[in-house]
Structures are given as C-alpha cells and as structure tokens.
Write a protein of this length. Sequence first.
Length: 281
Amino acid sequence: MTNPREIQTLSMKDSGGGAAGRAALPRSPGIRVAPSLLAADFSKLAEEIAVVERAGAEILHLDVMDGHFVPNLSFGIPVIASLRAHSRMCFDVHLMIENPQRYVEAFVRAGCDHVTFHLEATIPPSDAPGGSGLPGRILPVVSFPEAARRASVLIDRLHALGVTAGVCLNPATPAEAVLPVLPEADMILVMSVWPGFGGQAFMPEVLATVSALKSRLRPDQRLEIDGGIASATVGLAVRAGADTLVAGSAVFNGRDAGVSYADLLRRAETSLSGGQAVERT
C-alpha cells in the first residue's frame, strides 16, 4: 500500500494535475476504449501513453492495487503524479485497495480526474457480520445497505474534491447492491474478471449485471467493464450495454498500441451498430 508519508506530502500540494488543466470523464454518448496502464511497458510509460493518446484515446485507466484488498501490488501516487504532465487524457483511477476513503484526496492531488472505488472495499473484513473476517472481495448480502451508505458518503467527498466518482462491482456482487447510489455515481464499473491480475479470461456471466445496470443509468452516466476485453469479447460487452471498455493486454501487448487501440474501438463500434462503423460524438 502507498506509504502514508507520500500521501501526506501529496495532500499538501498539487503535483501538477491542477483542476484547471485536467480532462474530464467523457459525458457524450459513444463507445470509449480506456487503455489500462498496467499492461504497458513500465520502462517507457510516457511513450506508451503518448501512442494511445495520439490514436484518439480519451481515458487512461490506472489500476492501483495494495496487496490487501487484492493479492497483488501495482503502482501508486508517485507514478501517477509523474505521468500527469505527459498527458491530457482523463486519468481514470481504479482503486483496488482497502479503506479507499483514506487515500482519495491524495490521488486527486496527484492528477486523477475520475476515481472509482470498490463497493466491497467500503466494508472492511473486520466489519463483516459477526466479525467473520470475510475477504474484502466478497460482499455479504446483509452488508449491501451499509456498503451503499458508505459509498454515498465517499461519492459526495469525491464530488467536493472536484472529480467524478465511480463505484466498482466484483463479479459476485449483483447489480442490486449498488442501486441505492446509482443516481449519485458518474460511472459504474463491472469487473469481468476477479481483480488483482491482468490477462485473465473474460467472465460472460457478468453480462447480466451489465444489462441490468444499463437500463437504469442516465445518458450522462458511463458503464465501464474491465477484464478480458479483447477482439473476441468486445462485442459481447457493448451489446450488453457497456460503453467504456478497459483494455490492457489487447492494446499494449501488440506491436503498435495505437493500431491495437483503434482496431479494438472499431470492432466495438461495428458490433454495436450491426456491422456499420459509427462516428463517435
């Protein structure tokens, strides 16, 4: 997890991603592909994000893992802050961490334009019913109301900080768990793999959750899906209702990330339009 001293330092000063120069989460209709930095070449991150931005990407997905909420570590605030000056894309940070409320301000100050946290992470294992210590990745049904209440508080805090807010659902969490906060959220993220590792196989069973949420969202809210998005699955995702597609390996593992990005976007738009490419608005 991020060092508390780093968080304190970055909370006291803006690291270059001041609100005046930031991008915003796209509100206009249309499919967006959000390249996931986790799959990029970490020896040349600035170059990698420049390639997809030149290809037209508007959203850069940033997967932050703490080794507790998920069994893996990725990158944190210093990396995001260092990249902010190199891109005008919307920095869409996905916090796969425990106690997200402790760190959101620091991520905003580091340059994140949109912050998504897990509904499951609002209930620490120690707060599980009966003190059972259930893992944070599983949200007991009895905890749905309290998780939604805590999510609402965090959404309000993110809005007060000047950024948009998203709520993420793990594959086992049904759409009903997040319904109380749908009017407040700017985006809902549905995981189509268990979070923690890239390159996993797409879980088609979550498409029912995507469809259930799509019918309840306003046109200005986005519905994101993350996990196993590639040329073979992108059509399934958009036809179920997803409009924001997180893609890591499918974009950055090819010979040219810009070409891979454009191809995936074209496949998504063509699939949604019944075989005809569409123009984004």
